[in-house]
Design a protein around this ligand. Sequence first.
Ligand code: NAP
Length: 247
Amino acid sequence: MSARELEGKVALVTGGSRGIGKAIATSLAEGGARVAVIARDGARASAAAAELPGTGHAGFSCDVADSAGVQSTLAAVEERIGPVDILVNNAGITRDNLLIRMKDEEFDEVIAANLKGAFNFTRAVARGMMKRRDGSILNITSVVGLIGNAGQANYAASKAGLVGLTKSVARELASRGVRCNAIAPGFITTDMTGDLNEKQVEELRGRIPLGDLGTPADVAGAARFLVGPSARYITGQVLAVDGGMAM
Ligand code: NAP
């Protein structure tokens, strides 16, 4: 990977205001990309964009589950920064519950943010990418979408859905020069996993061959590779970044 292999590219990272998304935004900016940071909390998105290395970044408030809002946000990004070359669908939420206690809203909200949100942004950027015959889309799924998890039927279903979305988009857009891949992180230390107590973390470590949770930077390194020119011949793949959990 050259030091500035993403020079001249515009990247849009959903959920880029903290955690894994912020690490990915940072890594793409280090590669030379100008980055649009998307989150519902626009002030936090703008603050995260201001912290990125280099210039030309900006933050935008948008709920990825709102398809009209996604269209208008993309228009605002293109006007302010330029046409999007790299899309990272990273925004995601959990609403964990045991299956028989899970409420309709808990299921629907997770599918809307995690799966429909990725569809909304993918559909929105696809036309421009196809026209320019260049583009790279990366979906952040989860190891849970591959192997399941008790108490996360909604979340696992949304993440397994992202795998199908990734492979379908890869097949549909390949002839137009657009690639689509996914990363399936294992357990990564962020706000999302912040509620785990020490006993749960210890138990998790025992299930991870490499013996520890990962960091947002571990995911960001793989993301920068997959969206960049070194991965030009890779599409439709799901790369687990999980310390060996799901092999
Ligand atoms: P996080 O720290 O909770 O950050 C989530 C980000 O997504 C925030 O920027 C949040 O900002 C944004 N977001 C949430 N819902 C949104 C919506 N409807 N529209 C727009 N932005 C939204 O999460 P994380 O741990 O970094 O996780 C990032 C991704 O990695 C998620 O897709 C998650 O499922 C996946 N993942 C995480 C782990 C892990 O162990 N942490 C493991 C596997 C996969 P606002 O709240 O301001 O909207």
